[in-house]
Design a protein around this ligand. Structure first.
Ligand code: NAD
Ligand code: AHE
Ligand code: ZN
Length: 368
């Protein structure tokens, strides 16, 4: 069949809208009509050329929602008409990682996923006979996609696609990092570096669990009002403080109980660790740093009890947790609507990247 898609031909170049050939689902695979997709900073990161796994030409996008159109042989958990959110972190419930119960990082198809291929090593997208690669196993910048059954979370059918697509990455990553990765307890002081599409969801997660002080750090002063609406109690702009770590330590009586880095900058990763409280403070890295970048700190920071962690997809197990997060949205327990600042047509997808770069959007969503 044919599908309209935004194709990334090479690093740093705008996407172009093409009509691609899409092969149908093979065994264990599902054809999905994508109804809406968010644009995450990680799409921009890969498009920029800074991702060591970035491959071209490819169909980017990993924050979608849609409807199952057809299932391949052996698919048992989904049928045509089901509403789904594609998962870049699948959940097979059979691999060593899933069975460990210690991580959400299902590795069943990670190898081929990172090569832009389906689990059998081939691609379903092509243009004039030339293969076009998948991305993160999702490629939601295409109106139709083929995805493995284990990489689709079935969600309730009354949830609006143009809002719950954001649960496919940003919402789950931010809220999940608080509740699944850090397990923040009521009353804890939380510091969030970067108040974009991820950091604001960390803030909303911190408020949900009853955190004490919720301190936001961002260079963009325009982020303050939105962050306060989501539960931030104090705002710090690093431009206004000679030493941001010291400013946080002063404000928290010795340091943060939990900090979250939601930028992807190795300098702020170090600050996020070093602003943590001696003896117990935990810092969670969410931001994705450019190829070749490394983090550093004095080992004494860890010797004296600070803990450095990372979180992918908020530590969420997609097929289990994503439907619950959709329920939270439908029950009014989380706010997604105010974070979606722009809704675009596929033809205008490059504008979504421009708005992100200019700091004008929180989330742009493309509606097909
Ligand atoms: P975004 O562009 O919406 O937000 C980034 C924010 O950081 C902006 O508000 C910006 O003003 C602020 N910022 C930039 N440099 C800063 C600095 N030096 N000091 C303070 N603030 C600064 O991006 P996003 O979509 O929220 O993504 C944030 C990061 O999280 C990216 O690196 C993205 O790739 C990563 N990410 C990781 C996961 C994961 O599973 N680990 C999931 C999604 C996104
Ligand atoms: N390809 C990059 C790593 C990118 C990365 O860390 N991705 C996150 C999700 S970001 C979503 O917006 C993730 O889930 N990582 C775990 C994984 O297995 O990729 C690189 O640096 O090579
Ligand atoms: Zn993302």
């Amino acid at each position: 069949m044919k599908t309209r898609a935004a194709v990334a031909w090479q690093a740093g170049q705008p996407l172009t809208i093409e009509e691609l050939e899409l092969e149908g689902p093979r065994a264990g695979e599902v054809l999905v009509e994508v109804k809406a997709t968010g644009i995450c900073h990680t799409d921009y990161y890969t498009l920029s050329g800074a991702d060591p796994e970035g491959l071209f030409p490819a169909v980017l996008g990993h924050e979608g929602a849609g409807i199952v159109q057809e299932v391949g042989a052996g698919v048992t958990s989904l049928q045509p008409g089901d509403h789904v959110i594609p998962l870049y972190t699948p959940e097979c419930r059979q691999c060593k990682f899933c069975l460990s119960r210690k991580t959400n990082l299902c590795q069943r198809i990670r190898g081929t996923q990172g090569q832009g291929l389906m689990p059998d090593g081939s691609t379903r997208f092509s243009l004039a006979g030339k293969p076009i690669l998948h991305y993160m196993g999702t490629s939601t910048f295409s109106n139709y996609i083929v995805a493995p059954e284990i990489a689709l979370a079935k969600i309730r059918s009354d949830a609006p696609f143009d809002k719950v697509c954001y649960i496919g990455c940003g919402v789950t990553t931010g809220i999940g990092a608080v509740i699944f990765t850090a397990e923040v307890e009521p009353g804890a002081n939380v510091v969030v570096f970067g108040l974009g599409g991820i950091g604001l969801n960390v803030i909303q997660g911190a408020r949900m669990v009853g955190a004490g002080r919720i301190i936001g750090v961002d260079l963009n002063p325009a982020r303050e009002a939105m962050a306060r609406k989501f539960g931030m109690t104090h705002f710090l702009n690093p431009k206004e403080h000679a030493d941001i770590v010291d400013a946080i330590v002063q404000l928290t009586d010795g340091g943060a109980d939990y900090s979250f880095e939601c930028i992807g900058n190795t300098t702020t990763m170090r600050q996020a660790l070093e602003c943590c409280h001696k003896g117990w403070g935990q810092s969670v890295i969410i931001g994705v740093a450019d190829a070749g970048k490394e983090i550093a700190t004095r080992p004494f920071q860890l010797v004296t009890g600070r803990v450095w962690k990372g979180s992918a997809f908020g530590g969420a197990r997609g097929r289990t947790d994503v439907p619950k997060i959709v329920d939270w949205y439908m029950e009014g327990r989380i706010n997604i609507d105010d974070l979606i600042t722009h809704t675009l047509k596929l033809e205008d997808i490059n504008r979504g990247f421009e708005l992100m770069k200019a700091g004008e959007s929180i989330r742009s969503v493309v509606v097909y």
